[in-house]
Design a protein. Structure first.
Length: 251
């Protein structure tokens, strides 16, 4: 049975990815820092409480995967929203915390997945970025910078690992319905002197399809990118966002 590892897979996009890969016949492995979320996952999923930005934690996860027989697909999905503030008001510690999870988390997962996939001569790496990695994003400097950076990382992985039969691609979600976006909406509303609904409507109207996306839309793309149907798709940045035209509702 093919095996997938999803970082930050206990909820939201990560959980939807797990459900998508399980439906496609994969053995699902999930890491997360949320112990309660892990306990709520299907009983046949293999779970590890781990911080994606901790090398010690990720070494332990990959030691278990190696003992289980290797890895076919990595979904480097861990991320945090970071602060919502003007750049001059962002504390260095908050910048570092945001970049650590979003960028170093993807790096560590790829670092330890690569040898396993090289040994197998095949594999798929899917990294979750954001439309914030394709546009400038006012008041979200740490998040935007990290999400741009993971695109460069993934394109480099595609070049390094392609000769070994390994593909690497980026998914850029737009605004995704769910609890995480609610926190973003509230913080942006406070920062911009708007209501939550005004920010929500601004995001939705900034897409040509006029709506947010669902976590399952992101999961469907991850499963496709890891399938034989996408066997020559690598180094690509694919937005699943209803076509974002304007990521800032006040512009």
């Amino acid at each position: 049975m093919a095996r997938v590892l999803i970082t930050a897979g206990a909820s939201g996009i990560g959980r939807a990815m797990g459900e998508g890969f399980a439906a496609a016949g994969y053995e699902v492995w999930v890491t997360d820092v949320n112990a309660a979320g892990l306990d709520d996952l299907p009983s046949d999923w293999i779970t590890h409480r781990a911080n994606a930005a901790s090398e010690e934690d990720m070494q332990a996860v990959f030691a278990a995967i190696t003992a289980a027989g290797g890895l076919d697909v990595l979904c480097a999905n861990a991320g945090v929203a970071g602060p919502t503030a003007k750049v001059e008001d962002v504390a260095l510690a908050d910048w570092q915390a945001c970049v650590s999870v979003n960028l170093e988390g993807a790096f560590l997962a790829a670092k330890y997945a690569a040898p396993l996939m090289k040994a197998a001569g095949t594999g798929s790496i899917v990294v979750t970025s954001s439309t914030a990695g394709q546009f400038g994003y006012p008041n979200r400097a740490p998040y935007s910078a990290a999400k741009w950076a993971v695109i460069g990382l993934t394109k480099t992985l595609a070049m390094e690992l392609g000769p070994h039969g390994i593909r690497a691609n980026v998914i850029c979600p737009g605004a995704v319905e769910g609890p995480r976006i609610e926190g973003v909406l509230e913080r942006e509303a406070a920062a911009k002197g708007m209501t939550r609904d005004e920010v929500y409507d601004g995001y939705a109207s900034g897409t040509s399809m006029g709506r947010f996306v669902e976590a399952s839309d992101i999961a469907n793309m991850a499963v496709f990118l890891s399938s034989d149907a996408a066997r020559l798709v690598s180094g690509q940045v694919i937005a699943v966002d209803g076509h974002t035209e304007n990521p800032d509702p006040k512009v």
